[in-house]
Design a protein around this ligand. Structure first.
Ligand code: TRP
Ligand code: ZN
Length: 879
């Protein structure tokens, strides 16, 4: 029997907590089976005299004493509830002591205190601290934490918590202790504790005011050398935040601990970041360029949270984008400065469209700042993070870089040390810009991706038309009517001879930046200059706003734009738009049972664009060479048919392969004969990504080139090239792929992070027996249902990456995911809920497939699922 769903949490119900806890002392006696936690808080009433004190506390083995000012609370004062304890009839100013026992080894949810790789670690965001001790587990209750950890000295020689280290020493022959003091008041979700036997990679950083910070990265035994790139990224992040945002670090130490079992990428706990080891450990042999890039950006992201998240935190979880959207914006800017800005922008847009646009178009759509949630874990979404970041970027475009900088400074000044809201964040920008931003904030309360239609309308008695820009945003769950939002569109025009002009004045641009056209109302009209009457209008350059553009350009117009555009994003986008339209048309032809003809213009344009760029900017060339993903096209096809889309892409790739053959051959030859050392920098990575795009083309013609691909695999001198070849082979399957899979396993069996790649590439394998293969992977002796990286490498890669197999008309893909969810959910509800989001597109597929998806979701709804999983199932099924 399934449990009844609790009522949702509502933004409008927010009430300040009626007590303050200026400081807390925590004493841990660490034990894998039974850890003792003693908490002593100083409490002051801030609310009404009659207010009770509600403390959260769940999943304890046992609760011990509750003392008020050192004496046991009386029975009538203590009311135990499903979710914690409520204390009544309290004094105004008192000391509260509680004691509980918890079991880290039983904790498979990976929230609270748990074991990973035989070491203690914690994860408290969003609501994990309540699994450690009784506490008002909400972000607006901020305290200074003083922590004492006691543990077996051999089992856990290193003991870490937030803040600065204090005293440490022996207790007796077997046990020792360490003290940690965090002087910065923080909410409980930023608490962290780690204990165990680690290897450590150390360094230091001198801050802008000359203070020395000791930096340490704690990793598994033998892995220290693999933390070098993470350390380098950390130092560059610290410098960048000083230079760009004027933000200095504020403790004597900064520690990172890498753990193998983790629900997310990483966590920004004050002074003690905890990372999924996938985003710490890297070297040429074991990590790809993609891994290096992810490490750099996640290390930066967590570090940047020190100001945007920790010093200034969220009043409640509805404000999550206040820290996440802003911090993603900051890490994207950092990566753009470290690498290639245009390439970074295109990658960010691919990610946004692939994940966030999809979310916004389905049953899980929600605003960047929602006003209700059933389960907070399910709010860590692409919308909150990625669209949240786009809104900050759009704001900066709207008010200008200077006002943006002043607004940020005002925010840091005014709200440092507080838990605050989106409204407060916008105050500084309103002051700096000198105008009201309440309409811009509508972006935060409306779900859905707006579409902007760009069209010319003739004006009577005028020799030039007007340009009409109309915005629309369709209904999303719970929101039928949408208001217009301010949309800052970067726009320019090109005349027939390729001259860039200002569309309104007709003046040549001569290298000046384009103006930003601001769409405030539903319809905005511009008068075009006479020489702009027939010019090509390029709108939303650099993807200045997270919208879809619908315009009247013909294929010829767009291909012309590819050649004249100077904005890298717009150039890439023009080609992608042609590719999208072409591939969709081909897919429909395939569904109708016909053979589509090869789109020569598209192929020729891609080949030319690649030829023009691959020597000067191979990273950009590889993006130009990559066709839109099945997932992106899936969203634009009704009913969506991933197999037909995949086949259309294969046909186009075959045609490109034929024309690029000489270049591909040369690139492979260069790669094989390259004697240089591997370096993870953007320029070298760009060359390897172009090589990867080239050999991917070799997989378009069935097994025709698979021997060559296998030789690429065997010759690979680093993990990037190994995976490029293996991925290409996985498109083909057959004996050469199997040989590579076996060789890879023999070599890397002992290396879990590398084996995650091995599992993943097989889950992507495109063939009729993909589902059987995935089942086999889950039977493999190294498959581990308790390890999220491993489960995701198979199940999430399959359901979110192998859309052809997942959406198979037989319904087998849905059934498989259902089985996985039933296995994972009792162990880790946050993880199973995440996997279930793969169902978000189920209403787009054929009727047959839809019936299978519905049946699976309905069956899951009758299971005794966790709150997290049930929330996704119910929203996916809602009408
Ligand atoms: N705040 C973290 C980040 O964005 C992510 C996070 C949220 C998280 N909830 C988590 C990490 C639960 C691990 C587990 O960087
Ligand atoms: Zn974050």
């Amino acid at each position: 029997m399934r449990t009844d769903t609790p009522p949702p949490v509502l933004l409008q119900d927010y009430k300040p907590y009626p007590f303050e806890i200026p400081n807390v002392r925590l004493v841990f006696q660490l034990d894998t089976a039974r850890t003792h936690v003693l908490s002593t808080m100083q409490v002051k009433r801030t609310g009404e005299p009659g207010d009770s004190m509600v403390l959260d506390g769940v999943a304890f083995e046992e609760t011990g004493k509750i003392l008020i000012n050192g004496t046991p609370a009386e029975d009538h004062q203590v009311e135990f509830t499903e979710t914690g304890v409520t204390l009544h009839a309290l004094p105004d100013d008192f000391e509260l002591t509680t004691e509980v026992w918890i079991s880290p080894e039983k904790n498979t949810e990976l929230s609270g205190l748990y074991m990973s790789g035989g070491r203690f670690c914690t994860q408290c965001e969003a609501e994990g601290f309540r699994r450690i001790t009784y506490w008002p587990d909400r972000p607006d209750v901020m305290s200074t934490f003083s922590v004492r950890i006691e543990a077996d000295v051999e089992f856990a020689p290193t003991l870490l918590s937030n803040g600065n280290p204090g005293e440490a020493g022996a207790i007796d022959e077997t046990r020792h202790y360490a003290e940690w003091d965090d002087p910065h008041p923080k909410p409980s979700y930023l608490f962290a504790l780690c204990g165990g036997d680690y290897d450590v990679f150390t360094d230091h950083f001198i801050t802008m005011s000359g203070k020395e910070v000791a930096l340490s990265i704690f990793v598994d035994k033998g892995d220290a050398e693999r933390a070098a790139y993470a350390m380098d990224s950390l130092k560059r992040s610290m410098k960048w935040d000083e230079d760009t945002f004027g933000r200095e670090y504020d403790l004597d130490v900064f520690n990172i601990v890498a753990v193998r079992d983790f629900n997310f990428g990483a966590m920004e706990n004050k002074g003690l970041n905890i990372f999924n080891s996938a985003y710490v450990l890297a070297n040429a042999e074991t990590a790809t360029d993609g891994d290096f890039e992810a490490i750099e950006s996640i290390v930066a992201h967590e570090y940047f949270h020190n100001w945007t998240g920790n010093r200034i935190t969220c009043r409640d979880w509805f404000q999550l984008c206040l820290k996440e959207g802003l911090t993603v914006f900051r890490d994207q800017e950092f990566s753009a400065d470290m690498r290639s800005r245009p390439v970074q922008r295109i990658k960010d847009v691919i990610r946004l469209r692939g994940r966030q646009f999809a979310e916004d178009a389905g049953p899980l759509a929600h605003p960047v700042r929602p006003d209700r949630y059933a389960s907070i874990d399910n709010l860590y979404t692409a919308t909150v993070y990625e669209k949240g970041a786009e809104l900050i970027r759009a704001l900066k475009t709207y008010i200008g870089a200077d006002a943006f900088k002043r607004g940020m400074d005002l925010y840091f000044e005014k709200y440092d040390g507080t838990a605050t809201t989106i409204e407060a964040f916008y105050e500084g920008f309103e002051e700096a810009a000198g105008f009201d931003l309440s309409r811009f904030r509508t972006w935060y309360s409306q779900a859905g991706t707006p579409t902007v239609t760009v069209e010319r309308v003739d004006v009577e008695g005028s020799n030039a038309p007007r340009l009409r820009l109309t915005q629309a945003n369709g209904p999303t769950p719970g929101q039928t009517e949408k208001k217009p939002v301010p949309i800052p569109l970067r726009m320019t025009a090109f005349t027939a001879d390729g001259t860039e002009i200002n569309p309104e004045t007709g003046e040549p641009r001569d290298g000046q930046d384009e103006d930003v056209v601001l769409l405030i109302d539903e319809v905005t009209e511009l008068q075009l200059a006479p020489n702009a009457a027939d010019a090509l209008i390029s709108a939303n350059r650099n993807f200045s706003a997270p919208v879809r553009i619908k315009d009247e350009l013909t294929m010829e117009d767009r291909l012309k734009l590819v050649t004249v555009e100077t904005d890298a994003f717009a150039k890439w986008e023009a080609l992608q738009t042609v590719a999208r339209a072409t591939l969709l048309e081909m897919a429909h032809t395939i569904v109708a049972g016909n053979t589509p003809s090869i789109p020569d213009e598209l192929v020729a344009a891609m080949v030319t664009a690649v030829k023009d760029t691959h020597e000067t900017d191979p990273a950009f060339a590889s993006l130009l060479l990559t066709l839109p993903g099945v997932g992106e096209l899936f969203m634009e096809m009704t009913p969506a048919n991933p197999a037909a889309i995949y086949e259309a892409k294969r046909l186009v790739r075959t045609a490109i392969l034929k024309q690029l053959w000489p270049i591909i051959d040369e690139v492979i030859h260069e790669n094989l004969t390259d004697e240089g050392e591997f370096t993870p920098d953007a320029v070298s990575a760009g060359r390897r990504s172009f090589y990867a795009a080239c050999i991917d083309l070799l997989s378009a013609e069935g097994d025709k080139h698979s021997a060559k691909l296998l030789s690429c695999f065997r010759a690979a001198k680093n993990m990037t090239d190994t995976m490029s070849a293996l991925r290409a082979l996985s498109n083909v399957g057959g004996p050469d792929f199997e040989a590579a899979v076996q060789a890879f396993e023999a070599k890397w069996k002992h290396a879990p992070l590398v084996m995650d790649k091995w599992f993943g590439v097989q889950a992507l394998q495109a063939s009729d027996d993909a589902i059987a293969r995935v089942r086999g992977l889950m039977e493999h002796e190294d498959f581990d249902w308790k390890n999220p990286n491993r489960v995701r490498s198979v199940a999430a890669t399959f359901a979110m990456g192998n859309l052809v197999a997942f959406h198979s008309e037989t319904g087998e893909g849905y059934k498989l995911l259902g089985e996985v969810v039933r296995k994972v959910d009792p162990l880790n509800g946050a993880l199973s809920a995440r996997l279930l989001t793969a169902f978000e597109q189920w209403r787009r597929v054929s009727e047959t497939a839809q019936a299978h998806a519905r049946a699976e979701l309905e069956a899951l709804r009758e299971c005794d699922l966790s709150k997290n999983a049930m929330d996704i199932v119910q929203r996916a099924l809602a009408d």
